[in-house]
Design a protein around this ligand. Structure first.
Ligand SMILES: [Ca+2]
Length: 66
């Protein structure tokens, strides 16, 4: 992370490696594409937060139904 407030492909690549689930470059770019809402090829804090919330909601919904 270079602390510019955005996560770009190589930063996400390093992050995934650090948390023990490395992904090849093309997959990292697919993930970025999936999260990127304004198509600047970077993930802003807001975009990241939106995903975090979605994942959190999924967990909550799963807990409710199981
Ligand atoms: Ca973006």
């Amino acid at each position: 992370m270079d602390n510019d407030g955005y996560i770009c492909d190589f930063e996400l690549h390093d992050m995934l490696k650090e948390v023990g689930c490395p992904k090849p470059g093309y997959m990292v770019r697919e993930i970025i594409k999936g999260l990127d809402r304004n198509n600047d090829k970077k993930i802003s804090f807001e975009e990241f937060l939106a995903v975090g919330l979605k994942l959190h909601l999924k967990t909550v919904i799963r807990a409710v139904f199981h």
